[in-house]
Structures are given as C-alpha cells and as structure tokens.
Design a protein around this ligand. Structure first.
Ligand code: G6P
Length: 487
C-alpha cells in the first residue's frame, strides 16, 4: 500500500516512511472562475532541502493549502505525496494570523512588537495542531519518521506521539527560541513545552536557542535535564524517553544558486538593472519580507542620515529595497507598511531628482533569477534584522557572488552572524550611528578587502548546503535509540 495517500491503516500499516509536517504545502493553490482548483510549485528553501530525501524515501508532506476552506484529496507532485489540511476562514484568523503570527511570532522575536494573548486564538491553535497531527498519524508507516516544522505546529509532536508511539518524531524550529524570561509570559507555556517534548529530537538554528529551550524546560516543567538532554521519566520514577535539543543551522541550495548567478542571462540582467538604475557609483540592496523583525525602518533611517550628512553622495547612490508582501491582515504588519512607505516617500522627496531615486521600494516578490541578478548588481547588501532565526538572504547573496565582489553588512541578531563572522561587517541595528559608520565603510571598501572577505564567506557557505542540513538532522534523529530500547 505504499504511496497510496491517506488509505493507511490507523496503526500505520502501509503509509510513508518519511512524513514532513509544515504549516504550508510546497505548492500554491488557485481556484479558477469555474471553481476548479489548480496548483503550482512554490519554490521554497524547505522544499528544495527535503525533496531529494522525500523522493528517495517514499515521502509525504502534510500542510495547509494557503486558502480558506479548500478541501483537496492528497495528490502526487514531483515524486512526493502532498496531503492538504483544510483550515476555515475563522481558523486562519485565529490560528494563523492570530496565535501563530500575533502571539508567538512577536514573543519569539524578542517582543519587538507586543504579543497579543487571546484564549480563543489558543483554542484554535490547539484544534488545528490536533488536525495536523491526525493527518500525519494517518500517513506515516509503522516505525516511520515524522519531521514537524516551525512555531505554528509546536503541539503536534506530543499529540502525534500519543496517537502513534511507534514513530520517530523530529521537530525543527526555524525561528529563534526566546529566553525563558520572555517565554514565560505565554499563558500556555507549559503546554507548548510539553508539545515539543513529544519529539525525540528538537532542532534549532543556534546553540543559544537550544539552551533557551532547555532552560525553559528546567524552569517551567518537572522534567530533569542534563546538558542538552531532557528525561521524560514517568511519575513513578521509571526511566522513559530522552529528548535531545541541538543546533542545526539551516542553509540554501548553494550550488544551484551559484550556478544560477553565473548564467549568462542573469549576468546580463544584472548589468541591465544597474543601467536602469542610472549606473550609480553605489547600489545598496535590502531584501526582506515586509516584517518588523527585519529592521527595515532602522536601515532606511541610517541610510537617510548618511545622505543628509553628505557622507555618501546622494546623486550617485541608490538603495533598492525589496519588501515582499507578508501577513497583510495582521495589524502590526499594516502599521509597518505605512511607516516604511512614508519614510521612503520622505527620502525620495528630499534626495530624489528627475531620473534618480534615493530608494527604489518594491513591494513584490520576485523569482530566483531576478533575485540573483539583484544580488549581482548590489555593491552592498544590507541585512539589518532586529532578530532573525537564520536569514537566508545573507547566504543567497554570498552564493551569488562568485565574482568575489560585494560587501555583506549583517546584523548581530541573526543566526547567520553566529555562523559567518568574521567575514561580514557586523552591525547592531539599534545603534544608528554605529550602523551608519559601517554602511559608509562598506560603500567605500577597496576591492581587495572585498575579495578577501567574500572568499572567506564563500568558503563557509558553499560547503554547508541545505541538503547537508536535512541529512544531518535526519541522521541524528534516526540514530537515536527508539523508545522500546530504553523504556
Ligand atoms: C518564516 C517562518 C516560516 C514561514 C515564512 C513565511 O520564515 O519561519 O514558517 O512560512 O516565514 O511566512 P508565512 O506566514 O507567509 O508562511
């Protein structure tokens, strides 16, 4: 019965050896005027990481279609079985926009925006996590591996373990895990920790995130911890499972991105972009989802002051800011958009001229070819997040620059900074004066120093691609003793 979608026995007879559970499926759905549902592959980092392992392992992917009330049978795409989970409009409001993106997201990103705590949102989060866990339970083969992803699904490991104790369960948190002093604000903190502890292996971007998690377990639950291992002993004291927390810094498909950026089409497009910008001396670039964690306002403020001070000549400099639309129904994102757009307008009014803009602000998403061309066209890449789990844009920029040109300015508050220092110019985005100095240094850096830094960055990034990341996580997960061995 392998590869037969949801038609498994409830004990996992038949079913898939590897089941990935993530909030989103790696496809975009659209409903035509005739009501027909159509879908296209959405190129995401996670799918490029997991596709080869899924195809080699008889894999299924459980996730949401991205649209309300859309029910669809499991279907095959590129050698993977995709299993849609249906969410109602009210669940999207409460589970996705509410609890995931207006409670957990700000709380886990250092409360840059105030988290909102609503009991109704929590109820929806629980209900939806239950649905994802049930879908995964019905897809996984006996003794199979289930890999759950990200903050939207933190209760899934425990629910799934109760349903299917035969499975090996991994969880990977793509965003930061906050210090316990912040995490403990969450009224449902204990349930979240117990949810995650349903996994055998809990992976994080940085060692610091793993220690924050273990510290929270120590402080807020009764489970004993030793180093990075949590003991799930039973109430009578008999030894139970061990849960391990560890760092697995994620990456991108570096070879593919490198190749894309070397292609003649992309090289030509990069020249065209520079020409279209009026061939300024310095092109700076920011590429982010329009999210308050990304430090876009801080970056624009610093850039505007540099132009004001005349430390870089406004007539010969341009900042291209790609800000892709994101979570547009959430209030904090709407406010951010207004704020950023008014800053951009003010700066362009002040420093723009006919035929020259101080900032090119692009509220769109672009395909990888266009992104690679922008990276090649940029002398200075500005990644100034206030908090960021990893930041893959920084890694894409490095992978694109086989010419060893370009300077990466990188916030200290990204997972990437932990890995990439000392190659990038590190900044504290809260320190506007400090950031201005670094941006000016980057804009004036001599080509020899640029090459030295970029060579060092590429040595680090090119060897650590996303296939290695998933292989290493799954390698550790499958090497762990199963429950039966140590109960
Ligand atoms: C971050 C999260 C992902 C999420 C992505 C886009 O990278 O870690 O889980 O999918 O943002 O956000 P969205 O809300 O559109 O899925």
């Amino acid at each position: 019965m392998k590869g037969q979608g949801s038609a498994n026995g409830s004990d996992g007879s038949g079913g898939y050896d590897l089941v990935v559970v993530a909030n989103r499926l790696p496809v975009d759905f659209s409903v035509g005027a005739d009501g027909e549902v159509d879908w296209q592959r959405s190129p995401g980092g996670l799918v490029s990481a997991l596709e080869p392992v899924m195809q080699g392992n008889d894999g299924a992917w459980v996730g949401w279609s991205g649209a309300p009330d859309l029910a669809h049978e499991p279907f095959e795409a590129d050698g993977m079985m995709l299993v849609p989970v249906t969410l109602s409009a009210s669940e999207i409001r409460k589970y996705y926009e509410g609890f995931s993106n207006d409670t957990l997201w700000p709380l886990y990103h250092d409360v840059i925006a105030p988290p909102t705590y609503h009991r109704q949102w929590w109820e929806a989060y629980r209900r939806v996590n239950q649905r994802f866990a049930e879908a995964a339970a019905s897809q996984a083969a006996r003794g199979g591996v289930v890999w759950v992803h990200d903050y939207q699904l933190q209760l899934v490991p425990k629910i799934l373990r109760d349903l299917r104790p035969d499975l090996r369960i991994g969880f990977f948190d793509h965003i930061p895990f906050p210090p316990v002093e912040l995490f403990q604000q969450l009224p449902w903190r204990r349930s979240i920790l117990e949810g995650l502890l349903g996994a055998d292996l809990v992976g994080f971007q940085r060692g610091g995130d793993a220690s924050n998690f273990v510290r929270a377990v120590r402080r807020l639950t009764d489970h004993p911890t030793r180093g990075s291992v949590v003991s799930m002993d039973s109430d009578d004291g008999s030894p139970g499972r061990r849960v391990r927390a560890a760092a697995f810094p994620i990456s991108i498909d570096t070879a593919k991105f490198d190749e894309l950026a070397r292609s003649p089409e992309v090289q030509a497009r990069a020249k065209e972009v520079r020409a279209d910008l009026g061939d300024p001396d310095v092109v700076m670039l920011g590429v982010d989802r329009l999210d308050y964690t990304k430090g876009i306002r801080h970056r624009i403020k610093a850039y505007g002051e540099i132009l004001q001070d005349g430390r870089i000549e406004a007539a010969n400099t341009t900042l291209v800011q790609v800000a892709s639309p994101s979570r547009e129904n959430v209030g904090a994102y709407q406010e951010l958009r207004e704020h950023v757009e008014s800053l951009v307008g003010r700066l362009n009014g002040e420093f723009g001229e006919i035929g020259h803009s101080a900032i090119h602000y692009l509220h769109h998403s672009y395909p990888p070819e266009e992104m690679a061309a922008l990276y090649l066209a940029a002398d200075v890449m500005l990644v100034t997040s206030l908090r960021d789990g990893m930041n893959l844009v920084a890694k894409e920029y490095i992978a694109a620059r086989s010419d060893l040109g370009g300077v990466l300015v990188l916030s200290e508050f990204t997972g990437a900074a932990d890995e990439l220092a000392p190659g990038p110019l590190l900044v504290n985005p809260h320190d506007i004066d400090g950031m201005k100095d670094i941006i000016v240094t980057a804009a004036h850096m001599d080509p020899k120093e640029k090459r030295r830094r970029m060579r060092r960055l590429r040595r680090k990034v090119m060897g650590d691609d996303v296939a290695k990341w998933s292989k290493s996580f799954l390698g550790v997960l499958t090497a762990m003793p199963t429950r039966d061995t140590h109960v």
